[in-house]
Design a protein around this ligand. Structure first.
Ligand code: G6P
Length: 611
């Protein structure tokens, strides 16, 4: 996600910030900026593009200063352009702020401040926070207190660093849900979202905790709670190297991204669930809501993993919103002269927002008069810009070529859409809606539970790492999971794998089953569980080796299968968010055992921008 670097000391600050931001580049970003304090003024330089572009800007406008803050932004609210880049400044031009995270109630804060005559300059959620701090500063004349008071009004997540030209020897940092590390050196202090940004200067650090507010001056630092109580944190010594930090201590980006999913699933639903009303609110769809509510048909089009998410979407939208849905590969849709009516809605799903076939499908649908809605991860991407409306999935930059956390975040977006349309169209009652909303909110904990013990998955990986073929079977919502599980294995381990609807196995793949064929069967206790049990028996009767992904309490399959990977229960339409986690891990561990380049598999690209 976004990156933060701050410094106060006696050295020239701009090179320290630029160097720190370069160390955060691996996280992915689309704009960069810095603010430094000199002679009672805040100087801001920022621009869309790379840190190298910011560096050129700094060279053209050198500013001698020894205190400052810097940021690399991964856009979530507002396009990645110069204006929306951080740092953001208040209307007096004296307070600058960098922010990681999402301010959920930014709309309400903005409206209130605008009513008081404050003029906003950007489309970001962050600007509402700096303007709010400024409003409190007018009353308190104390930056630390103003930050504390403002943060008490914030819903959402933040890691922030603030400076003010009115208190030029001070950096204020605070966090909730977005990491910040404070670096300590003789007469100088650093603050960063990630230790890799400061490790070249110091290895003595304090990891700030949620609701900590730290004040850094050249003479020292002080950490208090949001409620103004002092807190003591141990100074820790960083012993690992930069490479390890970038991957968050994981061996590969893919594994890091798999493990981020409890957080990314939460991020993609943050501020969108209305528990009391038993529905969801998707701000980006407001303008097309009447069309969506009355759509005669939805066509979902995408490629690769995003297409698999689309298939899950088809099942849930048809079942709960009762709208006919078709799902089509974008590469097929664009060339087959599709029949599109004006009351059709086309949903394009794309992590990158740049996939050539998906983009072409979008343009084709628009040309034929459909309303086109995007489900994208990358804000400001071509697909996000060209759709009529859309939902961002907020999964953060995905670096591993094989998509993992974007897939589960796409499923969240589709679930929220289903909940909203199901409620709007009267097919989901308020009670049911509340249950679904509560169940959605419980998914991150269930993901954490799966990720907390991967020993059985690793054991299965060891047992099957040298096979040449594998079959993945599932039904209903988990038929697309089977496709996705097989795709993950193919992509990163180069083992031939096929995903099939479990019952369809009888019409072909059953011929392949013998005592050497591993068959991964996805069988959570859902509406068609009994049917899947029959399919497992069919595989066992032919001596196939069954690896079953089931719920903990499933005694029947426990007795039937060769290997059990157990997951917690959830409602049927949310099961793919849980079943996909062990499937990702299984592919990952097998690929590692085979010595494959997990993050950059041969012949594959993260974003396929050619036909
Ligand atoms: C490539 C990537 C896949 C991805 C697909 C669609 O094949 O390797 O991981 O699912 O493109 O990409 P998109 O960015 O449109 O979701």
């Amino acid at each position: 996600m976004c990156g933060i670097v701050g410094y106060i000391g006696l050295q020239e600050v701009a090179p320290i910030i630029i160097d720190g931001l370069k160390r955060l580049e691996y996280r992915g970003y689309d704009s960069a900026g810095l603010a430094v304090l000199t002679n009672g003024t805040v100087n801001i330089l920022k621009r869309a593009g790379k840190v190298a572009d910011l560096e050129t800007l700094v060279e053209m406008h050198p500013i001698a200063a020894t205190i400052g803050i810097g940021h690399t932004r991964w856009a979530t609210h507002g396009e990645p352009n110069d204006i929306n880049a951080h740092p953001h400044i208040d209307q007096t031009g004296t307070i600058a702020l960098v922010h990681n995270g999402i301010i959920e109630n930014h709309g309400a804060i903005r409206q209130r401040l605008e009513r008081d005559g404050i003029v906003f300059n950007t489309q970001t959620d962050t600007e509402s926070l700096v303007q709010l701090i400024s409003a409190f500063y007018d009353i308190t004349q104390n930056l630390e207190q103003a930050v504390r008071l403002a943060l008490q009004e914030i819903d959402g997540t933040f890691g922030i660093v603030v400076v003010s030209s009115r208190e030029p020897g001070k950096l204020i940092a605070a966090r909730r849900g977005s990491p910040l590390v404070l670096g300590i050196n003789e007469g100088e202090y650093f603050i960063a979202s990630d230790a890799s940004a400061i490790i070249g200067h110091t290895r003595q650090v304090i990891y700030l905790e949620d609701d900590d507010v730290a004040t850094l001056t050249r003479d020292g630092y002080e950490v208090k709670t949001l409620g103004d109580e002092p807190v003591e944190h141990q100074i820790e010594e960083i012993t690992y190297d930069i490479e390890q930090i970038e991957k968050g201590g994981f061996e590969h980006f893919m594994l890091k991204e798999i493990h981020e999913q409890a957080q990314t699933i939460m991020d993609s639903m943050r501020g969108r669930i209305m528990l009391e009303k038993g529905t969801a609110k998707l701000g980006g769809l407001r303008e097309v809501l009447p069309v969506l509510n009355n759509a005669r048909r939805i066509i979902i089009t995408a490629c690769g993993t995003s297409w698999h998410a689309g298939l899950v979407g088809e099942y849930m939208l048809e079942h709960y919103a009762r709208i006919p849905v078709e799902v089509e590969y974008a590469s097929e849709f664009r060339y087959r002269d599709p029949i599109i009516n004006e009351d059709d809605v086309v949903i394009v799903i794309s992590q990158s927002g740049e996939t050539a076939d998906t983009l072409a499908a979008l343009r084709e649908a628009k040309k034929r008069g459909a309303t086109v809605v995007g489900i994208c991860n990358v804000v400001g991407s071509t697909i996000a810009r060209e759709t009529h409306a859309g939902v961002f999935i907020h999964a953060g930059p995905e670096i591993g070529v094989a998509s993992t956390k974007a897939f589960t975040a796409q499923l969240v977006a589709l679930s929220l859409l289903t909940l909203m349309l199901g409620r709007n169209r009267g097919f989901i009652s308020i009670e049911e809606g509340r249950q679904f909303a509560a169940e959605l909110l419980s998914i991150p904990d269930k993901v954490t539970e799966i990720l907390s013990d991967t020993s059985e998955i690793q054991e299965v990986a060891r047992r099957y790492s040298q096979v040449t073929n594998a079959l993945y079977l599932g039904r209903g919502y988990n038929f697309p999971s089977a496709l996705e599980g097989a795709l993950k294995l193919k992509e990163i381990s180069y083992i031939h794998a096929e995903g099939y609807p479990a019952a369809e196995m009888k019409h072909g793949p059953i011929a392949l089953i013998d005592e050497n064929m591993p068959v991964v069967i996805i069988a959570p206790q859902d509406r068609i569980h009994e049917k899947v049990i029959s399919n497992i028996q069919e595989v066992k009767a032919r001596k196939g080796l069954v690896i079953a992904i089931v719920n903990h309490e499933d005694a029947v399959i426990h007795a039937l299968a060769d290997h059990i990977i157990a997951i917690p229960r959830t409602v049927d339409f949310l099961t793919p968010m849980l079943t996909s986690i062990p499937l990702q891990l299984l592919a990952y561990y097998i690929a590692v055992l085979r010595g494959c380049n997990v993050d950059q598999p041969r012949n594959l690209a993260k974003s396929v921008t050619v036909e």
